[in-house]
Design a protein around this ligand. Structure first.
Ligand code: NAD
Length: 343
């Protein structure tokens, strides 16, 4: 991970194995760096976006916009199929490029389409949501949902570069901000420190740095990348049990506090550390309590996924003396009693 020396622009370089690297340009106006990320030989650029994204880009090439639907119901194989058909009708070739212009949904879909069309062509992400800029656009995970579950089909397909232009966030709806903040909060304990004291550009850049560093150390999520799921075990259960009334980032925020309480119950962190989790989450205007209508039994089943796991104890990502790490075999009774701290 290398930092640019230009103070007006924050550039983080994601360093993967085999000398593969790519830049992430962060800051207001970062989109001016887009053209240099497009391969010289690309004559055409396919821009994948949504009708609700109020931003356009000029690539200086023969460009065409392909609009996909909004919401998780649009994140499907049939969207990939129709995108690829449209690419083919336009005679997009392997030498050309795809740009994902949007939030995490768009970049996941654009990246996946780019990974399979002509067996793979270059993709560049221009991320327009907070969650996208600090998380989804970086790291090369792409994919779509199946009726059986989220993100079940996909590929690792690293972008050639990522633009995180924070000016694009000016139009982000309030709730999308909050969702992004839920994911942002977790970085406080993944090496980010007092992110809430930084201005937005530095805050986003710091999150990008952490994500880049974690991805560099574990590109295919064999182990360390799992720490990015801090707060997600209860968070995911709350999302599912509540039928997605709380959005992902909001549910993760509650999950972060729960993970802190659980870590304290296990003697891994102090009461002051738990208080810091509560301060950060509340400070970002995020929820700190489990919604009343969600029962312990359902949440525990969802956290354990199936009975076998419950018998052997549950797995969590928890803070502790060595920082945030994966902890196995957590006693289900402790998991249950700790839920009370968030009621
Ligand atoms: P999203 O992409 O669905 O965007 C949320 C809403 O905000 C959409 O309606 C979108 O059109 C709108 N929007 C985006 N940018 C805007 C802007 N600048 N102005 C106005 N409206 C704007 O949601 P998200 O939170 O960005 O991403 C969630 C998706 O990311 C999920 O599908 C999730 O699975 C995926 N994800 C992927 C990774 C990864 O590593 N690949 C990581 C985390 C999440």
């Amino acid at each position: 991970m290398v930092e640019s020396s230009d103070p007006s622009m924050r550039t983080v370089t994601v360093e993967l194995g085999d000398d593969r690297t790519y830049p992430v340009h962060v800051g207001r106006g970062a989109v001016t760096r887009l053209a240099e990320l497009i391969p010289e030989r690309s004559r055409r650029v396919a821009i994948v976006t949504q009708s609700g994204i109020p931003h356009t880009i000029d690539t200086g090439r023969d460009q065409r916009v392909f609009v996909i639907g909004d919401g998780e119901a649009s994140k499907t194989l049939s969207t990939i199929e129709s995108l690829c058909e449209s690419f083919a009708e336009w005679n997009l070739t392997r030498a050309d490029a795809v740009i994902g212009l949007g939030g995490g949904l768009v970049t996941d879909v654009a990246g996946f389409a780019a990974s399979v069309y002509h067996r793979g062509l270059p993709v560049i992400h221009v991320s327009t949501s907070l969650l996208g800029q600090i998380d989804a656009a970086i790291g090369g995970k792409t994919g779509v949902n199946l009726p059986q579950g989220k993100n079940l089909v996909g590929a690792y397909w690293q972008p050639r570069g990522v633009i995180c232009d924070t000016e694009f966030l000016d139009t982000l709806p309030e709730r999308e901000w909050r969702c992004g903040m839920g994911e942002l909060a977790k970085y406080h304990w993944l090496g980010g420190g007092r992110l809430d004291e930084l201005d937005l550009d530095d805050r986003v850049a710091q999150c990008v740095r952490i994500k880049a560093e974690v991805v560099a150390s574990d590109e295919r999520e064999s182990s360390r990348r799992a720490i990015l799921n801090y707060g997600h075990t209860l968070g995911h259960a709350i999302e599912v049990a509540g039928d997605h009334q709380l959005r992902h980032g909001e549910a993760v925020a509650i999950g972060l506090i729960y993970a802190a309480e659980l870590a304290q119950s296990l003697g891994r962190i102090t009461a002051d550390d738990v208080a810091e989790h509560r301060r950060v989450v509340a400070g970002y205007g995020l929820p700190t309590q489990i919604p009343d209508d969600l029962g312990d039994d359902e949440l525990i089943t969802l956290m354990g996924r199936d009975k076998k796991v419950l018998d052997a104890g549950l797995t969590f990502v928890l803070d502790g003396p060595n920082g945030v790490e994966v902890v196995h075999s957590v006693d289900p009774e402790l998991v249950r009693s700790t839920l009370a701290a968030l009621r």
